[in-house]
Design a protein around this ligand. Structure first.
Ligand code: HEM
Length: 393
């Protein structure tokens, strides 16, 4: 396995990580990424095979778990009960509860309200240049997930603040200041939800929080800690990546000056998939090996970690011809943006719906939409999203 070195905070890499991915993929399915001190899967096959391989998982083997520093206790308390960090059978139980709210019927029913929300947001656009990421791309997912869960929309600014502080823990350049901010945000977020859940116990409605509270009251299906962690995960995951899928998508559509034909009802599905393939908002997830495994010529020991590079998998030339070209007319082939295997994104149908509705309405209502500044990516690898998206209409 070839060893490669690439700082994840190097400005050139942050703006365009794809040349590094191409170099890495040319070396094989796995390379050793020195800066992360672990092997990285860079081909579509390697990423998908490891996502689906039950000999790998997200939960650190207990005997190898590092001692938790006390200043991180509130953050770790949320993480410890998160679906994303759990493996079967705990994962199966938690995921089944959440999935009940994500049936295709329940998601499709959100469509008319998302449509109305898009129009209301556009009605409020200013005439001078403004940040579309803030005014549109952020608002659609954050308000929609508030509605789905049943949390007041007026909480959106707090949810965004808490979520940004918490997800910074997964980004390159984590330091004590980031850790303290994440711990504080976790504590505040959990305190808000604890109080809100108490309030909602006697006020059941047709929303996800009501169903999760009922599961907790059942006693066996969901503990109090799992209830809080699940709400936090859904609220955070419900917007962080979708905001940047919309932002990266608008940027690509404007920069490639592609005709609005790709946003018609019969072409939009391909366009959304191509946006997700071409420039996904999340680029790296890790897995632990649970036993000795020989894969792609490398022997993993129990506890070894491997990085799965989604952005690299999505540009694999053995799966997509001319993969570095944005081509919304290509046939849909499942890409890795939503992961794979048992942790495959629960919110994929909702994220796709928000993009399918939000992009055509935006370009239809704002036919003169133009960039009003250079949209730069934020130095937040493994997230890949813009700092802002200044436009004029
Ligand atoms: C375009 C937007 C989105 C992208 C690119 C995305 C991507 C992903 C990825 C790659 C994973 C797998 C992580 C892993 O295997 O370790 C994941 C898991 C997850 N996502 Fe998303 N996501 C998006 C939107 C959403 C939305 C809107 C929601 C909620 C409403 C959501 C909720 C979740 C949850 C709960 C999990 C954990 C599933 C599990 O562990 O079983 N995501 N997402």
């Amino acid at each position: 396995m070839k060893t490669l070195s690439q700082s994840p905070t190097d400005p050139g890499f942050v703006q365009n990580p794809y040349p590094f991915y191409d170099t890495a993929r040319a070396e094989g399915d796995l390379v050793f990424w020195q800066d992360y001190n672990m092997p990285a899967a860079v081909s579509h096959k390697a990423v998908q095979d490891i996502f689906r391989d039950r000999r790998f998982g997200t939960e650190c083997p207990a005997e190898l778990a590092p001692v938790a520093p006390s200043h991180l206790a509130p953050w770790l308390a949320v993480e410890a009960h998160s679906l994303l960090e759990a493996e079967p059978p705990r994962h199966t139980r938690l995921r089944a509860l959440v999935l009940r709210a994500f049936t295709s019927r329940a998601i499709a029913a959100l469509g008319p309200a998302i449509e109305q929300l898009c129009h209301d947001l556009i009605d409020a656009f200013p005439s001078e240049p403004f940040d579309l990421l803030d005014a549109y791309c952020t608002q659609i997912p954050v308000i929609t997930i508030c509605r789905l869960l049943g949390v007041p929309e007026s909480m959106a600014p707090d949810l965004l603040r808490w979520s940004h502080a918490m997800v910074a823990m997964y980004q390159a350049g984590r330091n004590r200041q980031i850790e303290d901010a994440a711990a504080q945000a976790s504590q505040d977020f959990a305190a808000f939800l604890t109080e809100y859940i108490e309030q909602r116990r006697t006020d059941p409605r047709d929303d996800l929080i009501t169903r999760l509270i009922a599961a907790e009251e059942d006693g066996e299906k969901l503990s109090r800690a799992e209830l809080i962690s699940t709400c936090i995960l859904l609220l955070n995951a419900g917007h962080e990546a979708t905001v940047h899928s919309l932002g990266n998508g608008v940027r690509t559509l404007l920069q490639t000056r592609i005709s609005a034909d790709v946003l018609h009802p019969d072409t939009i599905d391909r366009t959304v998939e191509e946006i997700l393939r071409y420039d996904p908002p999340l680029h790296l997830f890790t897995r632990y090996a649970y036993e000795e495994v020989e894969l792609f010529g490398h022997r993993f020991k129990r506890g070894d970690q491997v990085a799965l590079l989604l952005g690299a998998a999505n540009r694999d030339p053995t799966v997509w011809s001319d993969p570095n070209t944005f081509d919304p007319t290509r046939a849909i082939t499942t890409n890795s943006s939503f992961g794979g295997g048992v942790h495959f994104c629960v919110g994929a149908p909702l994220a796709r719906l928000e993009m399918r509705i939000g992009l055509p309405i935006l370009f239809d209502r704002c036919p003169n939409l133009r960039l009003a500044g250079h949209p730069d990516y934020a130095d937040t690898y493994h997230f890949h999203g813009l700092t802002n998206l200044m436009v004029r209409i």
